[in-house]
Ligand binder design. Structure first.
Ligand code: 3PZ
Ligand code: ZN
Length: 271
């Protein structure tokens, strides 16, 4: 498996950041803000955030801001002006408002009620009421409930059981029964298990080995599973997963906010 190739991954992230005009970047245009978050947070966890020009990043991010937003009558959130509803958007709204200390701008009780209405009999959560449980959606719902101090709505043993069953023979985690393991589920599943205090129900060492096996050891970057093509998304969630596993030399990441603990304490507690 080898060690985490910190320098290679830093080089890879910086190369993707520079390559803004090629084909892959044009296809990924709508994801650029996500890409900035994945790339910058990876650099921070690796202790290499000073490799980017902060003022340049800030002025670019500020160009992306719109006037409008927010919450529907039933407590749910829409992703954009077209109105699609999904618990992912509840998480994003709650997480961002908490970071800005502006949770009082929405009806938090109603937002929590909507998330709880997406809970299933298997203990998991879906994107809308009645929709199938999925690990990515579970992270969004459990994360939002954690941030709002509402984790008593989660059946921890039942959900913990469903989540730890996501670990397959190779040590990797999948997102739903019968699916292949994928590095990004190291984040969705592991962060949820930590938030409900059931992380000791999986084999952490085997999971770390699976993530390390997904590195491109020559060119840097991490893929979804061993020997696939790398991307910024799986590089971030791989490094973030290793941080949750307390891999040596990495900054700790907050499992609810999906940001370095240092960032969360700085913006929420003012240091
Ligand atoms: C990936 N998106 O819909 S996407 C994403 N997926 O925009 C970004 N694990 O084909 C990258 N799968 C790579 N760089 C993949 C973001 C998806 C998640 C796909 C994926 C990840 C397995 C199939 C949804 C936050 C934001 C968005 C998502 C999840 C979490 C794709 C396919 C889909 C997408 C982008 C590229 C390469 C990168
Ligand atoms: Zn993935």
């Amino acid at each position: 498996m080898g060690e985490l190739q910190v320098e290679k991954h830093v080089k890879y992230i910086l190369a993707v950041e520079k390559r803004k005009d090629d084909f892959e970047s044009v296809v990924m245009e709508h994801l650029r803000l996500n890409g900035a978050y994945w790339g910058l947070t990876t650099l921070d966890i690796l202790g290499k955030l000073d490799a980017v020009d902060q003022d340049e990043v800030i002025s670019w991010v500020m160009q992306c801001q719109h006037e409008d937003g927010l919450q529907n009558e039933d407590g749910s959130f829409s992703g954009d002006m077209w109105g699609e509803v999904d618990t992912r958007f509840s998480y994003i709204a709650i997480c961002s408002l908490a970071l800005m200390r502006q949770l009082d701008k929405i009806d938090v009780g109603n937002a929590v009620k909507y998330i709880v209405s997406c809970k299933n009999v298997d203990g998991g959560f879906g994107c809308t009421p009645g929709a199938e449980s999925h690990a990515g959606q579970i992270f969004c719902c459990v994360g939002a409930l954690a941030i709002t101090g509402s984790l008593h709505h989660v059946d921890k043993d039942l959900l913990g059981w469903w989540l730890c069953e996501r670990q397959v023979k190779s040590g990797g985690l999948n997102g739903r029964p019968e699916k292949l393991p994928d590095v990004c589920y190291s984040w969705w599943v592991l962060s949820s298990l930590i938030l409900i205090d059931r992380v000791h129900w999986i084999d952490k060492e085997k999971l770390a080995k699976f993530i390390l096996d997904c590195q491109d050891k020559e060119r840097g970057g991490i893929s979804d599973r061993p020997d696939d093509a790398v991307d910024v998304f799986h590089t971030y969630f791989g490094v973030a997963g290793l941080s949750l596993l307390e891999y040596p030399g990495l900054k700790p990441i907050d499992p609810a906010y999906a940001l370095p603990v240092s960032v969360v304490s700085k913006v929420i507690l003012g240091k």
